[in-house]
Design a protein. Structure first.
Length: 422
């Protein structure tokens, strides 16, 4: 474990990384602020803040105007589509911007729902965030049948045999998360997409929680749609959707008449949040710069982003091993999800626990007073907390690591938990 940590420290210059994030220097009650709340939203680099501010100072205008600032705005949005295309591995016209992942998912579900009715089925899972459940369940009003995939409760993984059983010739769409925002499980989305396509169904992937931790390649996955939120991977509060060009052209969106019928704009309603879109490019460029630091030979932005995630993954793996090992040594603690280090490639560094004699809210509150920012509750993974019978008494305490966290922060957190529960 120490070898892994030393290797990743050499590859990932934590001093440089942490210097990019101005919020990390805060204190709480004299304690250094330790941001372990990334699953609810990561911190942002200074360049993202500057990009948002600079846009408002210099180019604040609506689109498609016959004057300079409007043309600058058009160019900026086009540039951000290219940045997100590099991030996801697709083409710029397959990138749709929206206020958040939930709104984008409702928009797509409403459109797909126009083609569905009694006898059609949609497959969902008990592991997902409700934003990838409720928008599809809403189609039950059209007579659509919802099938829920079971989980293995002992390690909070999907039952892949049940996935295969639930996808039939009647299935029109399979919606699944790339990774669980509650317990960190990484799903075999490539296999799920293959199973969906084998039966003629579309595959909709919620990558919100996976995006800060691992690289995404929508072409390799062959998914029909993939959605993420930039505020979960060091950017502003925005949602981004990738849709295969054929679907974005064929499906009929709900929209105002004045909006163009060309893609991707036909899926973007009203005036977008231009300043935050400017921040998205800065967010992707931050990751690319990180990648060039660890792999100078990265010749394209896409290659640099992939190099960054290689370093991020190794660094987070070392932190996660230390954290889980320390947590499992705390008396009365129950960890939900994969705990076997040999299977850590199947989980993100997002840890859900409960400790006997302490509610998740009590733990989060006491940690918060000591400068540790963690979450308590269900994080909208409501089907999971209900299934595991923890919803009625507070859900989980969730500890979320990001690449800007350090081994020293992990040790201080473990010491604080031992003190609080001892």
């Amino acid at each position: 474990m120490l070898t892994i940590q030393n290797e990743t420290t050499a590859a990932l210059d934590l001093g440089w990384v942490r210097s990019q994030f101005p919020s990390l220097v805060q204190t709480v009650n004299g304690h250094p602020a330790t941001f372990l709340d990334g699953p609810g939203g990561t911190q942002v680099p200074e360049r993202v803040i500057d990009a948002i501010s600079d846009y408002l100072k210099r180019d604040n205008a609506n689109t498609c105007g016959a004057y300079a600032t409007s043309r600058h705005t058009d160019a900026m949005i086009a540039g951000t589509r290219s940045a997100m295309a590099d991030f996801l591995g697709c083409d710029p016209d397959e990138i749709v911007f929206g206020p958040n992942m939930t709104s984008l998912t409702f928009a797509i579900s409403r459109s797909i729902g126009r083609e569905l009715g009694p006898g059609d089925e949609i497959v969902l899972t008990h592991l997902d965030h409700d934003a990838n459940v409720s928008p599809w369940r809403a189609l039950e009003e059209r007579g659509v049948t919802i099938r829920m995939v079971e989980i293995h409760e002992d390690d909070c993984t999907l039952d892949m045999d049940d996935v295969a059983r639930k996808i039939t010739e009647r299935t029109k769409l399979v919606a699944v998360g790339y990774a669980s925002n509650a317990v960190g499980t990484i799903n075999d989305v490539a296999e799920i997409v293959r199973l969906a396509h084998e039966r003629g169904a579309m595959a909709y992937i919620d990558a919100v929680h996976y995006a800060p931790h691992g690289p995404i390649d929508v072409r390799a996955l062959d998914c029909d749609f993939l959605v993420c939120s930039t505020y979960k991977f060091f950017g502003p509060h925005m949602g981004v959707l990738h849709g295969k060009r054929e679907h974005l052209k064929r499906l009929d969106p709900f929209k105002v008449r004045a909006n163009t019928n060309t893609i991707p704009n036909r899926w973007e309603w009203g005036t977008l949040n231009h300043e935050c879109i400017a921040g998205i490019t800065a967010c992707v460029d931050y990751l690319a710069d990180l990648g060039r630091q660890v792999k100078a030979s990265a010749s394209t932005r896409r290659a640099a982003v992939l190099a960054a995630y290689d370093a991020i993954g190794k660094h987070e793996r070392g932190l996660m091993e230390s954290l889980i090992c320390g947590l499992l040594a705390i008396p009365g603690l129950k960890l939900y999800g994969i705990s076997d280090p040999k299977r850590f490639d199947r989980r993100c560094p997002t840890i859900a626990v409960r400790i006997k004699g302490h509610t998740p809210l009590e733990l989060a509150s006491q940690l918060g007073e000591r400068g540790f920012f963690t979450w308590d509750g269900n994080y909208y993974a409501l089907n999971l907390t209900e299934r595991l019978d923890v919803e009625k008494d507070g859900g989980f305490l969730r500890i979320g690591l990001a690449h800007y966290n350090t081994a020293e922060e992990v040790e201080r957190l473990l010491a604080a938990l031992r003190d609080i529960t001892g």
